[in-house]
Design a protein around this ligand. Structure first.
Ligand SMILES: C[S@@+](CC[C@H](N)C(=O)[O-])C[C@H]1O[C@@H](n2cnc3c(N)ncnc32)[C@H](O)[C@@H]1O
Length: 128
């Protein structure tokens, strides 16, 4: 992240994309996704996925279409919802982040590997 400006320093007419590296974000926050340790939060991903699972495994009717605001380049937050909602719309001000999700969906080269998170949710659902 060296040499990057803070959000406050950014010129208003400069695209947000220029100051945020999708790859660095994924590597920094989500490498070793299920075991990643953070000083403040500990190992949080299993807990986060448990909460999404509990939310979407209930009887509640969520409708067919889900809007994810601020998707970033990640999909872990959508795994449980994808079992319930047939259409998921990802949104973000960062076009590169959305492009990364498209690459992942289309099976592009060297896409981020979310398979351990998907496997974890599948096991929660009893389908893994
Ligand atoms: C904390 S990140 C979360 C990203 C990802 N969902 C994750 O869990 O790692 C918040 C995201 O919201 C996006 N964002 C910030 N302001 C936004 C806005 N006004 N409209 C859409 N997306 C926005 C940012 O670009 C960033 O990707």
């Amino acid at each position: 992240m060296e040499g990057r400006m803070s959000f406050e320093d950014q010129e208003k007419d400069q695209p947000f994309d220029d100051h945020f590296s999708v790859q660095e974000y994924l590597d920094y926050f989500y490498s070793d996704v299920m075991t990643k340790y953070d000083e403040d939060e500990g190992v949080s991903m299993p807990w986060i996925l448990d909460q999404f699972h509990r939310t979407f495994a209930g009887e509640r009717d969520f409708g067919n279409r889900l809007l994810d605001v601020g998707s970033g380049p990640t999909v872990y937050q959508l795994i449980s919802a994808s079992r319930v909602c047939s259409e998921i719309v990802c949104s973000d001000i960062h076009q590169g982040a959305l492009a990364e999700i498209k690459r992942w969906k289309n099976g592009g080269e060297n896409v981020f590997d979310w398979s351990t998170a998907v496997k974890y949710v599948s096991e929660l659902e009893g389908t893994g």
